[in-house]
Design a protein around this ligand. Structure first.
Ligand SMILES: C[S@@+](CC[C@H](N)C(=O)[O-])C[C@H]1O[C@@H](n2cnc3c(N)ncnc32)[C@H](O)[C@@H]1O
Length: 417
């Protein structure tokens, strides 16, 4: 009666809390169990929001109204707070999946969920993360990734197991290459009105690599904001020129490259305020406003990010990257309609903006508007066919054309239009 689960790259905690609710619903004597639900992410802002356990209607798409009314209470228009019993079942921590620290405490987890994050990493990093997962799992432990990420697991000693039409992976040290079809599980019987059990203290030690402070540069590897869109780094590589000879903008850009978003804000805010008063924007002004908006967005200061992004847009209203940035910030605030409009404007400004096609397709797909989603995803594929597969896509935080093609193909294969 021991179960340890890890939601790796948990974002705002929906997956981890779903696990907690599932345990509470399906395990009759949970109070006698030793369990751990560990949820980690590199981004301190999402961890902060996850701990609060407050979600908007958008997070409940695809969730039955019964679940919402059973575990959440409305606290404001469209805002729902999770029951504290469930909240206490999850342990949140900041952690970088690709930190160079050595792995300790192997065999610590029974199940690892790592969904919708591997495709952001380079192949080397994917390999490193999967090796880490392998070490961290007990023999016979399970790894669950999203359907589009299963291609990464082919070269590692995880055994694919098909359960009810879903492929999950098992660490099987004795027979690492065998593929198995697990018997279709019997339906889970949910006891009618099971009270939520009192959580027991988490089991085991949390290994040090889970809780190491995350250096800001690590964020360069992460989509700074939520799916489906990620902010792009400033495109050009920083040279080795000493900081003192650089203009304030160049210095700020260098700080941005190093993930030092606070520095960017300190350097650019007075400049941008002055520009704001001066009117008559130039290309330089727009660059500065944009970098400030990006720094705020990466810090999770969404209102400020939106304000500066809109100022930049007033100066350059047909800038596709700015509309895309605004969409990212709006999505993070779950303002889906406005985000959709911003993405449409990005496409109006640049019909070949592949990531905007993908983001719109993804958004519509999440809303189960499969036919509409298919139009945008197909357009993305058409553009991708003309792009060398190893090219890093604009505004994509390192996503290559090849990886996006795989992703889009699997979404198109999986939708039901
Ligand atoms: C698209 S979200 C996926 C969230 C969740 N797993 C899901 O499927 O809904 C990607 C998450 O990965 C996190 N992330 C990115 N790079 C990371 C890293 N190196 N270590 C840990 N988390 C990372 C991001 O902060 C973000 O919250």
């Amino acid at each position: 009666q021991r179960l340890r689960m890890w939601s790796a790259a948990c974002s705002t905690g929906e997956e981890a809390y779903s696990l907690a609710m599932t345990l509470a619903q399906t395990v009759p004597n949970l109070q006698n169990w030793q369990y751990l639900i560990l949820a980690t992410d590199i981004n301190p802002n999402v961890i902060h929001r996850a701990k609060a356990g407050v979600y908007s209607s958008w997070s409940f798409r695809g969730t039955s109204p019964e679940v919402r009314s059973r575990y959440f209470r409305p606290i404001a228009k469209g805002q729902f707070a999770l029951q504290s019993d469930i909240r206490r079942m999850v342990t949140f921590a900041e952690a970088n999946l690709v930190s160079p620290d050595p792995i300790s405490n192997s065999g610590l987890m029974d199940i690892i969920f790592c969904r919708n994050v591997l495709f952001y990493f380079s192949p080397d990093r994917v390999k490193r993360v999967l090796e880490r997962f392998y070490e961290t799992l007990v023999d016979g432990g399970w790894l669950i990734v999203s359907p589009v990420e299963t291609t990464y697991l082919t070269d590692l000693p995880f055994v694919p197991v098909l359960i009810d039409g879903t492929t999950v992976y098992r660490k099987d040290v004795l027979n690492p290459r065998k593929s198995v079809v697990w018997p279709v599980s019997a339906p889970v019987v949910v006891p009618p009105a099971l009270p939520v059990s009192q959580p027991v203290p988490p089991v085991g030690e949390i290994p040090s690599f889970f809780v190491v402070p995350v250096p800001p540069t690590a964020l360069n590897d992460a989509p700074a904001l939520q799916e489906p869109v990620a902010l792009a780094p400033v495109s050009s590589v920083v040279d080795e020129e000493p900081a003192s000879t650089l203009s304030p903008y160049e210095q700020a850009r260098r700080s941005y490259e190093q993930g030092q978003y606070e520095h960017v804000i300190t350097a650019l805010l007075p400049l941008c305020r002055a520009l704001d008063m001066a009117g008559a924007p130039t290309a330089d002004t727009i660059q500065q406003l944009t970098l400030l908006a990006r720094a705020y967005a990466n810090q999770g200061q969404l209102v400020e990010a939106q304000t500066w992004c809109e100022k930049a847009l007033r100066a350059d209203q047909f800038n596709p990257s700015l509309h895309y940035l605004l969409a990212t910030v709006l999505l993070e605030q779950e303002r889906v309609t406005e985000a959709t409009r911003a993405l449409q404007k990005a496409l109006y400004a640049d019909p070949n903006f592949v990531l905007a096609h993908f983001a719109l397709g993804n958004l519509l797909h999440q809303q189960r508007r499969y036919a509409d989603a298919k139009r945008y995803l197909t357009s993305a594929l058409t553009i991708l066919r003309r792009t060398p597969m190893e090219d890093i896509l604009p505004e994509s935080e390192g996503l290559t054309a090849g990886r996006l093609t795989t992703l889009v193909n699997s979404m198109l294969g999986g939708n039901r239009s």
